[in-house]
Design a protein around this ligand. Structure first.
Ligand code: BJW
Ligand code: ZN
Length: 269
């Protein structure tokens, strides 16, 4: 059971802030049925994600890597946003100074946002501002290995042989998932936006990330160096626990709805 006193303290911190940055990782989607990366359930067959999510792995065996992404596309395609995604979507729609930065490639934040908007929850704020800043790309997009053409792509992947792998419509070269692998640079414009949000945030709320992968894991440190505070929600402690003023042990889907049901009376406009 999570500590109600700690949740209350964190809720007051969030309630008195306007500029809020929410940084999410795989743990926010765990209750939707999306496997996290680290830990036993992150294993796919006998492979660790660290061995597959690299340009070297793709170069050595594109079929194997595409098979893994095909499996994940199928699995994630059957998942629904959970109450954490919904609470975050509401906050970013209601508070125009809130920003969401995600490391996730599963598209569940986007889906929660679309659903909140179609339920009439947009309170006049811009929906594109509420859209997540995606640090590591998307499972449902591809990029050409030759001409760099990017498209959205929700098709099942035929990874029976190298000849059946997805190919570029423009130049015929092999496509790759449009995600950021280890050792690859993040899109500089996207990283700049995320760093700007981290620097100006009064509170950085970090949800369900191991805090091991950089530069994502450096964003809360940037908030702290700029005079803001860090609040963490995670089932375990992480390297970010020690920089957080408040760290709540619990599941995102259980904690976030009460944490973000912010009493707007606390807010000084
Ligand atoms: C729950 C829960 C529930 C469970 N509720 N919580 C500085 C220092 C050291 C190294 C580096 C550095 N800067 C750069 C590097 C190198 C490298 C890096 O960080 N290495 C470290 C691992 C050592 N970084 C990079 O290479 C990055 N590129 C870069 O910096 O370019 C310049 C450069 C290159 C080389 C050297 C130096 C500079 C790119 C990183 C790209 C990461 N890509 C992946 C794959 C994306 C595509 C895909 O999905 O296939 O991104 S790897 C994988 O890890 C994925 C994730 O987004 C990312 C983070 O994982 P996350 O979200 O934290 O998930 P988990 O599973 O680890 O944790 C889940 C957490 O949730 C746990 O804590 C649970 O307890 C918790 N949880 N259920 C709440 N219900
Ligand atoms: Zn091409």
């Amino acid at each position: 059971m999570h500590d109600l006193h700690e949740i209350d303290r964190a809720r007051r911190l969030l309630g008195s802030a306007r500029r809020i940055l929410i940084l999410t990782g795989a743990g926010v989607s765990a209750e939707s049925g999306v496997p996290t990366f680290r830990g036993p359930e992150g294993l796919w067959r006998t492979h660790r994600p660290e061995e597959l999510a690299t340009p070297e792995a793709f170069q050595a065996d594109p079929r194997l890597v595409w098979e893994w992404y095909g499996f994940r596309r199928e699995r994630v395609g059957a998942c629904r946003p959970n109450s954490a995604h919904v609470a975050i979507a509401r906050l970013t729609l209601e508070n125009e100074d809130a920003r969401l930065v995600t490391q996730n490639v599963d598209g569940l934040h986007e889906l929660a946002l679309e659903e909140a908007v179609s339920e009439g929850l947009s309170l006049g704020g811009s929906v594109s501002r509420a859209a997540p800043i995606r640090l590591h790309g998307s499972l449902f997009r591809t990029r050409c290995t030759a001409c760099d053409d990017r498209t959205s792509d929700r098709h099942p992947v035929d990874a029976k042989s190298e000849a059946s792998l997805p190919r570029c419509r423009k130049c015929g070269a092999l496509l790759r998932p449009d995600v950021v692998w280890f050792g690859e640079q993040l899109d500089p414009e996207i990283l700049q936006r995320a760093m700007g949000a981290a620097e100006t945030a009064e509170v950085c709320l970090v949800v369900g990330t191991s805090g091991l992968v950089h530069p994502a894991a450096s964003l809360p440190l940037l908030t702290r160096e700029s005079g803001g505070v860090v609040v963490e929600v995670n089932t375990e402690s992480t390297p970010l626990t020690e920089v957080a003023v408040s760290s709540i042990r619990g599941r995102a889907g259980q904690v976030l709805p009460s944490l973000l049901a912010v009493d707007r009376n606390h807010v000084v406009d």
